[in-house]
Design a protein around this ligand. Structure first.
Ligand code: AMP
Length: 125
């Protein structure tokens, strides 16, 4: 699948539209979801042009993959959802492709938490 340079997260990365930043490192950015499905709803994205999780883990460099993993870890700590730092857990979701009902074609990992989630994030209207 070709990468669409005009998708909304590409625009955020270019600084064309704002985001509420939670964490940033060399190859990754984390920001609050604009339409939160839980008390905590953060999206972690690579800065590189990858359409989905499959594209990312197939084509990203080791540095990008390590950076992304570190960013996820930082978000879990910063938001307090990590059970390793007294939190009560979370849900991490990467909707992918048409069957996964992915809306924004730039790889992003949803981190949902801060409350009991029930089935939130697993169902879409
Ligand atoms: P998905 O269905 O997995 O592609 O999820 C896309 C997510 O991006 C949704 O949860 C949207 O609420 C979120 N979203 C869309 N536009 C923005 C934006 N400008 N800033 C933050 N989150 C956004």
């Amino acid at each position: 699948m070709n990468y669409d340079k005009n998708n909304i997260f590409a625009k955020i990365l270019r600084g064309d539209i704002p985001c509420t930043k939670v964490f940033e490192n060399e190859y990754s950015l984390a920001f609050k979801d604009i339409s939160p499905q839980a008390k905590i709803h953060v999206l972690v994205i690579p800065k590189g042009a990858y359409t989905d999780i499959d594209d990312f883990y197939t084509n990203a460099s080791e540095k990008e993959i390590i950076s992304f993993s570190n960013a996820v870890r930082e978000v879990l700590m910063l938001t307090g959802v990590s059970q390793n730092s007294g939190g009560k857990g979370f849900r991490a979701i990467a909707n992918t492709g048409p069957d996964g009902i992915q809306e924004v074609p730039h790889f992003h990992l949803h981190i949902l938490g801060g409350e009991n989630l029930g089935l939130r994030g697993l169902r879409k209207a």
